[in-house]
Design a protein around this ligand. Sequence first.
Ligand code: SF4
Length: 421
Amino acid sequence: MSTLIKTNAATTATRAQPVQAHTPAKRNNSIKLLDEAQAKTNLLGMTQAQLADYFKSIGEKPFRSTQVIKWIYQQGVTDFEQMTNLSKGLRDKLSANACVIPPKVIHRQYSEDGTRKWVFEVTGGSLVETVLIPADDSKINGRKTLCVSSQVGCALDCSFCSTGKQGFERDLTAAEILGQLWVANASYMTDAQDSLDDVDHSLWENNVTNVVMMGMGEPLLNYRPVVSSMELMLSDHAYGLSKRRVTLSTSGVVPKMYELAQELDVALAISLHAPNDELRNELVPINKKYPLDQLMAAARNYVFDVNPRHKKHVTIEYVMLDGVNDSDVHAKQLVALLGDLPSKINLIPFNPFPHAGYDKSSNNRIHSFSNILSEAGFVCTIRQTRGDDIDAACGQLVGQVADRTRRSAAWQQSIKDRENT
Ligand code: SF4
């Protein structure tokens, strides 16, 4: 679910850093050659159960999975030779047959406000992006939220979404999903060259405190790799994040919402954006397949019917589009739609991109809309827009770095055609 997050104030200087291909001398354990990943089994993103099966398959004890998971995620070690509580024989066996390789960083932007963005090249040459947003740059140990992508592009074609305009290429693997978190944490331990060669892994610290599956793609349409990745985010042997700090955002893939409710206890966000079916069919086309009554029933099931002590509320994401979905009438419709569903509503000022076809609602309009929701008893926040200087909404930076899909080309052509008529 693309979040339209923007990441730093226009006045904030950024350091855009295209990452050069590493020479043999610069090669390190954070970025390795793709051919190695293809020839060996990449252990990154494997759940504990999957890793235990792997160890059994190579004639080793399943408990080795716990040791290796701790090395990878709690100390950032990707070189089996450094996993010193494994026997020399096992280290040699792993070095010959397995690898731990995150996706390759080809572009990054670090802002002075602490925001970090990466464009990754994944197997096959596709690009995805990831954004890390600190809550408050004055607090070194404050909240740092990573917005993670689950697919290359997206097939759902929400009308206001930059990622949707790029079309769908493929699902990401668990290694490519979890690798975004691994790289974000590693970035705090590395120098400008991304080298981990001199890092003292005993001092390794994972700085990302929150993860939102809200980047490029619809996570529930790439269900198994997304769930595996979130399991590792929650696992005490891996990242150990609290279930309230791992959020999955969906545009409303209703059957998978029921499946998720049975399988994993994480926070849920719904990318709603419209309070009635007619408008939502236009803005979020998957609504034609799973209309609002079905979506709301699935949300209620998630909150009330499964493990109700833990699933206290749903976050409602609502992008504010000038003259489209931002009237007082829409706000009242939203109040009626949510009813007694425990909800926090996050109003998102639209982040314009070229030829989007929408404008951002005025601040006054957003506040009037917010007041109606607050007066009805909902907790309502207005997302701070940041990052006008780095095209920070999900999908925009990738669109800038490379534009590879046929659908995007068709979309660009349709824009030219419109401009010529
Ligand atoms: S097209 Fe819709 S579902 Fe897909 S990334 Fe954009 S907002 Fe999310």
